[in-house]
Design a protein around this ligand. Structure first.
Ligand code: NAP
Ligand code: HSE
Length: 443
């Protein structure tokens, strides 16, 4: 083993993911080193609180509270940015790339906010940026899109990209519990972001959708340009209504590209999926992503989307690619070169206007239970040419109120937004309506 080249790794962030990476490298060191043909030295890890007790033990001399010192240390070949956030994480990433080092990141928020700058810095200085762990946890989805499916264009990519939300929705459906009661479990299990509102309000899914849209279409779409809705307003009652209609509820990212017009649409919202749909059956922390390629057809990826071990698996796969690159193996060099540059040339994508984003809808309203209310609701919808497909009415607290659940025939986002504005002006509508999309995906 002594003749093997040695590569030195610094880990910025020793929380859920950082400790997972350390633990699994230590556990599988012999196998990994044999596979990669190099010695791996875990040199140091940066944390915020040096005194915190951590399940994975490392020598105190290897811990620092200065991640930038790791990023700028010329002895560190590979820097893993596993802190999260977009401030210090950006500084660390750019500092390491600027000295030509390899950076491995699980930080989708950072890539979404500063991906262009990060890739440009990597290209300028000959550094490399790897990010398999940033989307869909342990599923090698980035590799699948960039390498396995490189021959394809992608008219449709959709799926569950947030393990925390899928865990919460599954528990709500199975235990009839409100989402706030389940969120604590997702945090304890190490699935949630440090700021869990990123998960439940849909932003984490939007960050991942932005990364996938970039890989698939070569253009950055910011969350502000997407429809982004979370799971925070879904109640156990919505699962019962959805089940009565034959659906389950999943938080989905949906990325569509119309190659005849160039229009691209990236959206994130809770979606009613037919109970028989394979993605509707994916439960707990698992993610499921359906990728429609114009050459390969549809491929589907299912696996753990969050948590220590699944995410560490993705980071270590990047580490192995990074080491192969450093050893200057020609095949790996080509692979890694692709990773630092956009997967596809930047195309002139246009974002689809709301009237081109078509679908069917589920609308839940709390209304006063009195004569003529249904007629007022129907009139508000008819004024926007939104046609009602079904109505379920049930009694609701407080006394004198009723819950109305309507589904629509095909309509579009512009018409539904205008309908919601009309409904908000009606005195008989007692609460902000909940609008969910119905997913009409064939596979
Ligand atoms: P975490 O458990 O909160 O760990 C973050 C680590 O970074 C902690 O060790 C923290 O130090 C350290 N840190 C934070 N700010 C710091 C600062 N200013 N200076 C020095 N150290 C700092 O987070 P995580 O769940 O491991 O997630 C890390 C990254 O992976 C995030 O970008 C997240 O989005 C991404 N990710 C997470 C998962 C998952 O399932 N958890 C999956 C995929 C991707 P202390 O320990 O001292 O607080
Ligand atoms: N909080 C994220 C999730 C971590 O639950 O999916 C994985 O990216």
């Amino acid at each position: 083993m002594s003749s093997l080249p040695t590569f030195t790794i610094g880990i910025c962030g020793f929380g859920t993911v950082g400790q997972g990476v350390w633990k699994h490298i230590e556990r599988s060191r012999a196998t990994l080193e044999a596979r990669v043909g190099a010695k791996l030295v875990l040199a140091c890890a940066a944390v915020r609180d040096l005194k915190k007790k951590r399940p994975v033990k490392i020598a105190a001399s290897k811990l620092t509270d200065d991640p930038l010192a790791i990023a700028t240390d010329p002895k560190i070949d590979i820097v893993c940015e596993l802190m999260g956030g977009t401030g210090l994480a950006r500084e660390v990433t750019l500092a390491a790339l600027s000295r030509g080092a390899i950076v491995i990141s699980a930080n989708k928020a950072l890539i979404c906010a500063h991906g262009e700058e990060i890739f440009a810095t990597a290209r300028k200085h000959g550094g490399h940026f790897f990010f398999e762990a940033s989307v869909a946890g342990g599923i090698p989805l980035i590799k699948a899109l960039r390498e396995g499916l490189v021959a394809n264009r992608f008219p449709l990519i959709y799926g569950i990209l947030n393990g925390t939300c899928n865990y919460i929705l599954t528990q709500m459906e199975e235990q009839d519990a409100p989402y706030s009661a389940v969120l604590g479990d997702a945090k304890r299990l190490g699935y949630a972001e440090a700021d869990e509102s990123l998960d439940v309000l849909g932003w984490d899914t939007a960050h991942k959708a932005a990364v996938l849209a970039f890989l698939a279409h070569g253009t950055w779409v910011k969350p502000a340009q997407m429809i982004v809705e979370g799971i925070d307003r879904i109640t156990p009652g919505d699962f019962k209504n959805a089940a009565a209609l034959g659906y389950g509820i999943k938080l989905l990212a949906v990325i569509t590209r119309d190659f005849s017009t160039g229009e691209l649409c990236v959206r994130v919202h809770p979606t009613l999926l037919p109970e028989s749909h394979v993605v509707a059956k994916v439960s707990g922390v698992f993610n499921a992503v359906s990728v429609q390629g114009d050459v390969a057809g549809t491929t589907l990826y299912i696996g753990r989307g969050a948590g220590q071990d699944a995410t560490a698996s993705a980071v270590i796969s990047d580490l192995v690619d990074a080491v192969s690159l450093l050893k200057n193996d020609r095949r790996a060099f080509i692979t890694a070169r692709k990773r630092s540059a956009p997967a596809r040339p930047v195309l002139a994508c246009r974002l689809a206007p709301p009237e081109h984003i078509r679908g069917r809808y589920y609308l839940r309203l709390t209304v006063s239970d009195e004569p003529g209310v249904l007629a007022q609701i129907a009139a508000a919808m008819a004024a926007q040419h939104v046609s009602i497909a079904s109505v379920i009415q049930s009694a609701q607290e407080p006394a004198g109120a009723a819950s109305l659940v309507l589904t629509t025939h095909w309509s579009n986002e512009r018409a539904l937004r205008a309908t919601l504005r009309r409904l908000a002006r009606l005195r008989c509508v007692l609460e902000k309506p909940l609008l969910l999309r119905i997913g009409d995906f064939s596979e």
